[in-house]
Design a protein around this ligand. Sequence first.
Ligand SMILES: Nc1ncnc2c1ncn2[C@@H]1O[C@H](COP(=O)(O)OP(=O)(O)OP(=O)(O)O)[C@@H](O)[C@H]1O
Length: 268
Amino acid sequence: MSEPAPILAESAAPVIRAQHLDLTFQAADGPVHALKDVSLDIPKGSFVSFIGPSGCGKTTLLRCIAALEHPTGGSLSVNGMTPNEARRKRAYGYVFQAAGLYPWRTIGRNIALPLEIMGYSKTQQKERIAKVLDLVELSGFENKFPWQLSGGMQQRASIARALAFDADLLLMDEPFGALDEIVRDRLNEELLGLWRRTEKTIAFVTHSIPEAVYLSTHIVVMSPRPGRITDVIESPLPWERPLDIRDTPEFIEIAHRVREGLRAGYQE
Ligand SMILES: Nc1ncnc2c1ncn2[C@@H]1O[C@H](COP(=O)(O)OP(=O)(O)OP(=O)(O)O)[C@@H](O)[C@H]1O
């Protein structure tokens, strides 16, 4: 398979730029080559999904962007900064696979936690909590505890927490992987709405081909370990995407290309 074209930056300065990124973990039982020669630009305002087999390095790539892992080769910038600087400046929100809310804090106090740490006043905290709860359609649930909410609502609350600082970039690691399909569909629709309203840049890890195709402006297909990019697909689908767009020939064609990309990665 020929070298994939990197995502072309539509603006001069991409939000994320990775060049020849490499990462080898030094594990107790030997080195683990997790990422190999990963180059891509993520344009401002795009919704980019990373899809690939288990263990191909999707989470590792997201964690590198968030400065939670450190590449052993190549370069990486986030909003023109090093990942460490971007982390200090709270340039991104991060949504994990599990909602990870503190059970002894209400939803409002969970969202407030990072704001408290950064010294926001009570009034500022209140304003931000109301704003982000509205964005994820959880207004009125501020005083509930996490265990009083369904799994889908908890994940929406964790998205609200990631939005607390109003960072332009949202990193999402399989946020809906543990939810049933109906709830997942609903949250996919809501996330698209949120993305359109806020014009944020979203980097999203998933195992699901329909989810990647439904949500994304660009789909990055990765190979089995060591994770490489085998294809970057720019979606021709319109921004307005009702769920039944998944039955259209255009959608099915993109899903087919993703599947082929995944298969090619296995064969190389
Ligand atoms: N801290 C670490 N030390 C050693 N190896 C690691 C470490 N973190 C991840 N790995 C290995 O790096 C590879 C990539 O892991 P990663 O979690 O990024 O994959 P993934 O594509 O996100 O997988 P999944 O889809 O199953 O979540 C795996 O082989 C994993 O075991």
